[in-house]
Ligand binder design. Structure first.
Ligand code: THG
Length: 262
C-alpha cells in the first residue's frame, strides 16, 4: 500500500509553530522520520492558521526537499497554494485534492497534467459530504470521467470517499468501507482509492486501535493508500500483516524484511 505520512500539517501545534518561526529542524526531522518508517509519500499541509499560505507551502516544500527525495502530496483547498508548491517540486508530486465540482476539476485536472502530478479526488461537492455509499459512487464517476477526458492516466487518480469521525457519524464508517468496494466496479482496471485515516478517530480515546482496525478492514476491501501516521508502529505492523494475508507480496518479502529488522 501507499503510506502517505500525515505529520507535516500545520494543524499540529509543533508544526504550526515551526512554520510561524521558520524553524527548519522540526520539519526536517518529521520528514526524515516518516520516510524511514516507511512512508512512500509525505502530505504537506500548511494548516488553517498560516498567515501567508502560499509562502508557507513554498517554504515547507523547499525545507523538506533539502533532506529527502520522498515524493510530496500537496494538501490544500486552494489551487494557487498547490500550484506555487508544484513549481518547486523536484520529484513526482500528488495534488491533494479536487472535489467533484466542475470549477475545481476545470483548474486542477489541467494542473495535474501540466506538472505530471497525481491527483486525489474527494467524492464530494461544494454542498458537502455525501450521506451514503451511492452518492460517493456518483461523485467518483464524475471525477473518473472528467480525468479521462483531461487525458490523465488511471495511475494518476486516487479517489477519496472521505472518512468522518466515528464518534459523531458512526453509520458513515460502513458507508466509506462499502464505497471503497463500489468504486472498484467503476472501471477496469479499478480506480485507486485513498483515505485520510486519522479522521476516523478524531475526538475518541484509543485512537490508534480505531485507526488500525479501520485500515485493515479498508485494505481488505481494496484500499490502495492512506494518509496516516507512519510513526505509529502498531498501525504499520497491522498494515504489513493485512498485506501478507491479502497475498500482496511475492514470497511475503516486505513482511519478512520488516520482522527481521526487529
Ligand atoms: N483526505 C485527504 N486529505 C486529508 C484528509 C482526508 N488531509 C488532512 C486530513 N484528512 C488527514 N490528515 C490528518 C492529520 C491529523 C489528524 C487527522 C488527519 C489529527 N490531528 C489531531 C486532531 O485533530 O485531534 C491534531 C492533534 C494536535 O492538535 O496536535 O487527528 O480525509 N485527501
Amino acid at each position: 500500500m501507499l503510506v502517505i505520512g500525515e505529520l507535516i500539517n500545520g494543524m499540529f501545534k509543533n508544526v504550526g509553530k515551526a512554520i510561524a518561526n521558520k524553524d527548519k529542524s522540526v520539519i526536517q526531522k518529521l520528514a526524515k522520520e516518516q520516510a524511514e518508517a516507511g512512508a512512500g509519500m509525505l502530505d504537506v499541509n500548511v494548516g488553517p492558521a498560516a498567515a501567508d499560505a502560499v509562502g508557507a507551502m513554498k517554504w515547507l516544500v523547499e525545507t523538506i526537499q533539502e533532506v529527502t527525495d520522498t515524493p510530496l502530496c500537496l494538501d490544500s483547498t486552494k489551487p494557487n497554494v498547490i500550484e506555487e508548491g508544484l513549481k518547486l517540486i523536484k520529484n513526482k508530486a500528488m495534488i491533494n485534492s479536487t472535489t467533484a465540482d466542475k470549477e475545481k476539476l476545470d483548474v486542477l485536472l489541467p494542473m495535474a497534467k501540466q506538472y505530471g502530478a497525481g491527483l486525489i479526488g474527494l467524492t464530494m461537492d461544494k454542498k458537502g459530504i455525501p450521506r451514503d455509499r451511492h452518492q460517493r459512487s456518483e461523485f467518483a464517476a464524475v471525477i473518473i470521467s472528467a480525468s479521462m477526458e483531461a487525458g490523465l492516466g488511471h495511475e494518476d487518480i486516487y479517489l477519496d470517499p472521505i472518512i468522518l469521525p466515528v464518534n459523531v457519524a458512526q453509520p458513515q464508517s460502513l458507508e466509506v468501507l462499502e464505497a471503497i468496494r463500489e468504486f472498484s466496479l467503476l472501471s477496469d482496471p479499478p480506480p485507486k482509492t485513498v483515505v485520510g485515516l486519522s479522521n476516523v478517530s478524531q475526538g475518541t480515546e484509543n485512537r490508534s486501535l480505531i485507526n488500525r482496525t479501520f485500515l485493515v478492514m479498508a485494505l481488505a476491501l481494496g484500499l490502495k493508500g492512506a494518509i496516516m501516521d507512519p510513526l505509529d508502529k502498531e498501525l504499520m505492523d497491522a498494515a504489513i500483516c493485512a498485506e501478507l494475508i491479502l497475498n500482496k507480496h511475492i514470497y511475503c518479502a516486505s513482511f519478512l524484511d520488516a520482522y527481521r529488522k526487529k
